[in-house]
Design a protein around this ligand. Structure first.
Ligand code: NAD
Length: 339
């Protein structure tokens, strides 16, 4: 924004623990003097033609700023409600979901050397929503794979690997069974790899990937993996479980052609909402991904280091999900001291 010299970024604070973890991000960004002006968006769902949708001012803000940070949104239960997360993804055509999963010092899990990056196709595959009853007791569910959607997500994976300096792209698939669908996905990857001679392309059957990742996750520290929608949904949670073991730690990015929305992987945690107990780390690490995406790499690494140093320092600085005694606000204060 030329008038302020700052970047305008849309901020959806979200439901449940959303406002508490968002406060932490706002406080830390202010202390770190990040040149961002938040534009707060209300996404309380409205109904149009019986369908849930996002209010126009929020859509306009994101279309203008191209970047948004988002807290968790509770999915209302009942007929006619579509998940707002899905609505956001469709509205802004966010085709790639980027999920890094990295071990964190100060919270022991089975492995201490996990550093995985998975990119999930986010718009089609098994999530095309095309299902019908063929006859009583017989249903058909369509997995839709297109060249265009495969190409844009695989291209993004190559570009992402280049950007973060990883020499390998691993395409995860099951083309031995899904010959046409996954076959197309794999073939597109092989075609695209000719444009990226510096990056090695490998294809791997998903059953092998699962075995390899759980037995030796360090084998993927030089790779970016990419896969169709459903495999990505499952594999990304597996990766998070291996690296972090707590939902309060995993960040993500939803990338479109122009617009990108960064968010924690976890939900609105209604069981601990309003109690100053939530761990803001996942949203903070999502905001770090956002800063890197915007080219604000110094601020990104400063905040990331402060967060990780705080978690590693002592259990009194860790929130309850990590076995510590910190509150959301005392953790935030400690991060600010470590900036
Ligand atoms: P959840 O992720 O909200 O909670 C699962 C468990 O993890 C709870 O015990 C919770 O206390 C804990 N937890 C989650 N985040 C935490 C944090 N930052 N710090 C400490 N503990 C944390 O999953 P849920 O209970 O299945 O879903 C609650 C609501 O969130 C639902 O309405 C669901 O639709 C929605 N949801 C939204 C998103 C999103 O916006 N991206 C993702 C998942 C679920």
């Amino acid at each position: 924004n030329p008038a302020t010299g700052k970047f305008d970024v849309s901020f959806i604070e979200g439901d449940g623990i959303g406002p508490e973890i968002s406060q932490s991000v706002k406080d830390i960004f202010k202390a770190a003097e990040v040149p961002i002006n938040w534009e707060f968006c209300d996404v309380t769902p409205i109904f149009v033609n019986g369908l849930t949708t996002i209010p126009d001012p929020a859509v306009a803000s994101i279309n203008k700023n191209l970047i948004a940070l988002k807290g968790p949104l509770a999915t209302p239960i009942g007929k006619g409600h579509r998940s707002l997360n899905l609505t956001l993804r469709k509205t802004f055509n966010l085709f790639a979901n980027v999920r890094p999963a990295k071990s964190i010092e100060g919270f022991k899990t089975t492995y201490s050397d996990v550093d995985l990056v998975l990119i999930r196709e986010n718009t089609e595959g098994e999530y095309s929503g095309i299902e019908h009853v063929v006859a009583p007791g017989v249903v058909q569910s369509i997995k839709l794979i297109t060249r265009d959607a495969s190409e844009r997500v695989i291209r993004y994976a190559f570009e992402y690997a280049k950007a973060i300096g990883r020499p390998r792209v691993v395409v995860v698939h099951k083309s031995t069974i899904q010959r046409l669908a996954d076959g197309l996905f794999v073939n597109v990857a092989k075609e695209l790899s000719k444009e990226y001679p510096e990056i090695k392309l490998e294809t791997e059957l998903i059953d092998n990937t699962v075995l390899n990742v759980v037995s030796n996750p360090a084998g993927y520290t030089d790779a970016v993996s990419v896969c169709p929608n459903l495999y990505g949904d499952i594999l990304s949670d597996l990766n998070s479980g291996l690296s972090a073991g707590s939902l309060g730690l995993t960040p993500s990015a939803n990338i479109g052609n122009e617009i990108s929305i960064f968010e924690a992987v976890h939900g609105s945690a209604p069981d601990i909402a309003g109690q100053n107990k939530a761990n803001p780390t996942a949203l903070l690490l999502s905001s770090v991904m956002m800063l890197n995406h915007m080219g604000l790499v110094d601020q990104a690494s400063r905040i990331e280091r402060a967060v990780l140093t705080t978690i590693a320092s002592s259990s009194k600085n860790r929130t309850g999900d990590l076995g510590g005694s910190a509150t959301t606000s005392s953790f935030t204060d400690a991060v600010i001291k470590n900036l």
